[in-house]
Design a protein around this ligand. Structure first.
Ligand SMILES: NC(=O)c1ccc[n+]([C@@H]2O[C@H](COP(=O)([O-])OP(=O)(O)OC[C@H]3O[C@@H](n4cnc5c(N)ncnc54)[C@H](OP(=O)(O)O)[C@@H]3O)[C@@H](O)[C@H]2O)c1
Length: 243
C-alpha cells in the first residue's frame, strides 16, 4: 500500500533496527535507514528493502549529537515527505556497577538512549500533528521496568524513555498521534553479546532469546492504522520473563 510520508528508524544497520526498517518497508512505508558509522550495514538493509520492491534512504547521523534530529528528519522529508512513523531504536550500553560508572559512560548512554529520542520526537511531532496522523515508537527495555544490576545508566535511560513516552502520548493524543514503547527482554543481537545465556534462559518461561523479527512485529502493529487507540503504552516482548 502506498503511503503519505515516511518512516525513520534510528540505528537501523543491524539487529532490531534492521528488522524494523525491513518490516515497515514491507508495510508500504518509504524508510529512512539511520546509521552512525556502519554505512555498509545501512546499504545492506536498503538493498534488502529494494529487492522486495520497497523504498529506502540511508541517513547518517549520531543521535546523541544535538543537531542530528533536524538533519535526519530534513533528509527524509526532502526525499519522501514528512516523517509519519518515528522509531527511536538506536541504543547503547556501557555496563558497570554503579560506583564504577564514570561520567563519560553515564553521559554516553543517557545522550544516546534518552536525549536523542527526545530531540527526534520534538522535531517530528509538528508535521505529525498537522497531518492528524503520527506514530512514535520508542524501543525501551524490560531493564527500564525492573532491576538489572550492572546497568544503572542503561536502566535510567530506558525508564526515562518510558516516562517520556507516556507524557508525550497524553500531550498529542487528540491530534491522532500515538506514542508507545516496546520493551524487549533478551534479543539475539550484537548488543546482547556476552550475556550468560544458560543462566538467563532458566529464568525465561519461553526458554530462549527473542528474535529481532519478533520485536519488529510489535512495532508493525503499533505503527498500523489499527493501533489508533493504543497510546502511552509499553508493549513487553520478553518470552514471559517479567510476567
Ligand atoms: N538486544 C537486546 O537484547 C535488547 C533488549 C532490550 C532492548 N534493546 C534495545 O533495542 C535497541 C536495538 O538494540 P540491538 O540489540 O538491535 O543493538 P545493536 O545490534 O547493537 O544495534 C544498535 C544499532 O544502533 C546504532 N547506533 C548506536 N549508537 C548510535 C548513535 N549514537 N546514533 C545512531 N545510531 C546508533 C548502531 O549503528 P552503527 O553500527 O552505525 O553505530 C546499530 O545500528 C536498543 O535501543 C536496545 O537498547 C535490545
Amino acid at each position: 500500500m502506498a503511503r503519505e510520508g515516511a518512516a525513520l528508524v534510528t540505528g537501523a544497520t543491524r539487529g532490531i533496527g534492521a528488522a524494523i526498517a525491513t518490516t515497515l518497508a514491507s508495510e508500504g512505508w518509504p524508510v529512512g535507514v539511520n546509521f552512525r558509522s556502519d554505512a555498509a550495514g545501512a546499504e545492506r538493509v536498503i538493498a534488502a528493502i529494494e529487492q522486495r520492491g520497497g523504498q529506502a534512504l540511508a541517513v547518517q547521523g549520531d543521535v546523541s549529537d544535538p543537531d542530528a534530529a533536524d538533519r535526519l528528519c530534513a533528509q527524509v522529508e526532502e526525499r519522501f515527505g514528512p516523517v509519519m512513523v518515528l522509531v527511536n531504536n538506536a541504543g547503547v550500553r556501557a555496563d558497570n556497577l554503579s560506583p564504577q560508572i564514570d561520567d563519560e559512560d553515564w553521559r554516553l548512554v543517557l545522550d544516546t538512549n534518552l536525549s536523542g529520542p527526545f530531540r527526534l520526537i520534538r522535531r517530528a511531532l509538528r508535521p505529525m500533528m498537522r497531518a492528524r496522523f503520527g506514530r512514535v515508537i520508542n524501543i525501551a527495555s524490560i531493564v527500564g521496568q525492573r532491576a538489572n544490576p550492572g546497568q544503572a545508566n542503561y536502566a535510567a535511560s530506558k525508564a526515562g524513555l518510558i516516562g517520556l513516552t507516556k507524557t508525550v502520548a497524553a500531550e498529542v493524543a487528540r491530534r491522532g498521534v500515538t506514542v508507545n514503547a516496546v520493551a524487549p527482554g533478551l534479543v539475539q543481537t550484537e548488543l546482547a553479546a556476552g550475556v550468560d545465556e544458560q543462566r538467563f534462559f532458566e529464568a525465561v518461561p519461553a526458554r530462549r532469546a527473542g528474535t529481532p523479527e519478533e520485536v519488529a512485529a510489535c512495532v508493525r502493529f503499533l505503527a498500523s492504522e489499527e493501533a489508533s487507540y493504543v497510546t502511552g503504552s509499553t508493549l513487553t516482548v520478553d518470552g514471559g520473563l517479567t510476567a
